[in-house]
Design a protein around this ligand. Structure first.
Ligand code: ADP
Ligand code: ZN
Length: 718
């Protein structure tokens, strides 16, 4: 039996990120990796988890005993401990940081009510007769009459249960409906079932509305029937009441929803059920990927291409990589699904590492929308310099006559995104960030969309002092105003500024359903997941906005976004139309969106990536060095890059080190920013180099004066 335990602290310490050795108390009768313990650390009582056990002590100093072993319900599972170690090694973060991804409960919450049934009616009645307290308990009297019912989870009730007079029973809900798949869905389902096995990773590629969710649910049902658990991950925005209701319809007894806004009691409940091995389906965003499943039978990652699966705070992990690890470690099948696969996933399909299933058509063969591309340059040359092209205008008017609904998409809130001085050419930027401010008309201010700073709006140029600041470009506020001028219509604007209320989404859904809205104007908050049957026209006002971002994934992201937006049109019986306005009508991304041809676009994009040596063909790591002192961080960044070069040569790593260069957002929240990129075809060796460099860099005088952020799976490059 082990005598010593190596403990990871739950709170960061000033000291090195280590495991600390403690002695296991003699009287401890059960202990394992993952156990939660209290220890004396530096004269403070701290909590931590046992990460390893040993019979011998390798620590030189004095070894203190573990003070207390907390109840088993609060422990991690050994697999979760391994996962945390992997996260810390893979993303080069501390164990404590990785540990905090797991929101392990701090205490046990007893359920406030329990559903009980009578076991021994005779003795129970006798007991109730004798006690005045029990006699006055209405719930208990009702239970005696009905033979079962809900009771407050009190000491008294627990005593009756312990004495064997009552027993806790499971709630029984009416039998759920069968899932009936269409022909094409069921042929895909049967192929998946046939292929399912220990090392199964599959991609379900189907347009929105093709019924991917129905297939997930059918597969999930099979797993639950076997008494196993399902992890069903959705992007943050996907966990709508609509989706939860849809899953609960099929698995009323087995659905658990998990996300960061739950309170501690609710979180504990999910943790507990999962850890007990109950056959449940857990629906949640990326945080749910860190629950202590012990009988996992299937992982589903819906909308696998979504950016919100990447955490942008440290540890900057990608949940796709986390579920790959868990699926592999636990021998559990992993099913990815999307209408627009990420190129990482698609490349793995082409190489045969991921199995591929295609749903070509929408459910019930509803036609896909017809897409028109409008050349805004031509439009301007022919005299129309407004934000609405003639084609779009004509189609909007048709819809207004017919009483159908329109969605105009512009991914920019506020009134005007550019404020420039007509006389000296000064371009108004946030004083704290290297970012243009946006004029907000309702609030009458200039706002920085990065840090949130608000500056009272003025016409006076801060440089030449003339009253000649002018507004250029369009935000949603301005489009709304323009639409009011152009059309006799009821217009609803939906963006971050109008969506601050708690049930804003519900209100929009209702207003659209009741046909109180003719034209919806909005940002990407509306791009995903909505299903409005009377919406038959979508207009993308400025498709170039996302195409022109300085990022090698700009094309990929534009394809995804535009496909999603276009998918909002014609979800009902009437087929939809989509108008995409652009200054680059020849762009291959737009052409592929128009043709609805994912493959055409993906192969071309992969070809470009290969030429440039970008992912998925190479790994890229990104190091960001930031701080207030511009000179110092440049020197620090240079030092870091030099260390990288030196170590890369020493380890013969064969990696490319790019930079330091100023980051595209050079200044954010008063911090100047440099970044360095590492490019190489072997992640592990690049990681090894980087790990060494970080250790070395920590001993330089720079380290304490700047912030160093590592991104081992960078998705955005601002
Ligand atoms: P996806 O997940 O691919 O976007 P959904 O599963 O949400 O597609 O299906 C789109 C719509 O079609 C939903 O409203 C869904 O209820 C309906 N639908 C799809 N397949 C079926 C089916 N087999 N039986 C009944 N309705 C279905
Ligand atoms: Zn700012």
């Amino acid at each position: 039996m082990a005598t010593y335990a190596q403990v990871a602290l739950l709170r960061p310490s000033r000291y090195l990120d280590l495991l600390y050795t403690y002695k296991i108390p003699y009287e401890a009768n059960e202990i394992s990796i993952g156990a939660r313990v209290k220890i004396n650390f530096n004269n403070r009582i701290e909590e931590g988890f046992i990460f390893s056990l040993s019979t011998e002590n390798t620590y030189q100093g004095e070894v203190k005993p573990i003070l207390e072993i907390l109840p088993k319900d609060l422990w991690l599972t050994p697999e979760l401990v391994e996962l945390i170690k992997w996260v810390s090694e893979y993303y080069l973060c501390s164990i404590t940081e990785a540990l905090n991804l797991v929101s392990s409960p701090e205490k046990i919450y007893l359920p406030s009510e329990v559903l009980c049934a009578v076991v021994d009616e005779h003795r129970l009645k006798q007991k109730v007769e004798k006690s005045k307290c029990l006699k006055n308990d209405k719930a208990l009297a009702n239970l005696l009459k009905e033979k079962s019912g809900w009771l407050k989870n009190s000491v008294r009730v627990r005593k009756l249960i312990a004495e064997g007079l009552l027993t806790v029973i499971e709630k029984k809900l009416p039998a759920p409906p069968e899932i009936v798949l269409s022909d094409s869905q069921s042929s895909v389902y049967r192929r998946i079932v046939h292929d399912l096995g220990k090392d199964f990773v599959g991609l379900l590629h189907g347009v929105t509305g093709s019924g991917k969710t129905e297939i997930y649910l059918k597969l999930a049902g099979d797993v639950i029937k076997q008494g196993k658990q399902v992890l069903f991950l959705l992007p943050e925005i996907g966990i709508t009441t609509q989706m939860v209701a849809r899953v609960k319809k099929y698995f009323p007894d087995h659905t658990l929803v998990y996300h960061s806004r739950l309170n501690s009691r609710e979180k504990f409940f999910v943790w507990h059920e999962v850890r007990q091995g109950k056959p449940v389906l857990v629906l949640g965003p990326r945080s749910a990927a860190f629950l202590p499943f012990i009988k996992l039978g299937l992982i589903i990652l819906d909308e696998e291409h979504e950016l919100s699966y990447k955490q942008e705070e440290s540890p900057k992990y990608h949940v796709r990589e986390v579920v790959y690890w868990r699926a592999k470690r636990l021998g559990v099948p992993l099913l990815l699904g999307t209408a627009t696969p990420s190129l990482e996933t698609y490349a793995a399909v082409l190489s045969g590492a991921i199995k591929y299933y295609r749903l070509e058509k929408r459910y019930q063969n509803r036609p896909s929308p017809k897409i028109f591309i409008v050349d805004m340059f031509k439009e301007a040359k022919e005299g129309n310099t407004g934000i609405i092209s003639r084609t779009l205008n004509q189609k909007i008017e048709e819809r207004l006559v017919k009483g159908e609904q329109v969605f105009l998409f512009l991914n920019r809130r506020g009134f005007a995104p550019t404020i420039m001085c007509r006389s000296c050419g000064y371009f108004y930027r946030c004083p704290d960030c290297d970012v243009a401010v946006t004029y907000h008309k309702e609030e009458k201010n200039f706002q920085c969309h990065y840090c949130g700073k608000k500056i009272v709006a003025t016409r006076k140029c801060p440089v030449c002092q003339e009253n000649s600041l002018d507004l250029y470009g369009y935000g949603t506020e301005r489009v709304e105003e323009e639409l009011q001028r152009l059309y006799q219509a009821r217009i609803l604007r939906v963006d971050y500024d109008t969506m601050k209320g708690k049930d804003s989404y519900e209100k929009i859904i209702l207003a659209m359903k009741r046909k109180e809205v003719d034209i919806l104007v909005g940002t990407q908050m509306l791009a995903k997941g909505f299903d409005f049957p009377d919406l038959t026209l979508v207009g993308v006002l400025n498709a170039d906005q996302s195409l022109n971002l300085p990022d090698f994934r700009a094309g990929e992201r534009s394809f995804n976004l535009l496909t999603q937006v276009a998918g909002r049109a014609g979800r009902g019986i009437v087929p939809g139309e989509v108008v995409i306005q652009t200054f680059n009508p020849e762009n291959y991304v737009l052409k592929a969106v128009k043709d609805g041809n994912y493959q055409q676009y993906a192969l071309k994009e992969l070809f470009n990536r290969k030429l440039a040596g970008y992912p998925p063909f190479n790994k890229i790591f990104r190091i960001i060095i930031a701080g207030r002192d511009e000179q110092l961080i440049l020197e620090g960044a240079k030092c870091f890059a030099d260390l990288l070069k030196f170590n890369s040569e020493r380890l013969k790593a064969n990696i490319e080190i790019i930079g330091p260069a100023s980051a595209p957002y050079y200044k954010l929240k008063r911090n100047y920013r440099y970044h360095i990129l590492i490019k190489g075809n072997k992640g592990n060796i690049a990681r090894e180099v980087l790990k060494n460099v970080v250790l070395e860099f920590k001993t330089t005088s720079f380290y304490s004066k700047l912030t160093l952020a590592l991104d081992l799976s960078p998705q955005i490059f601002f």
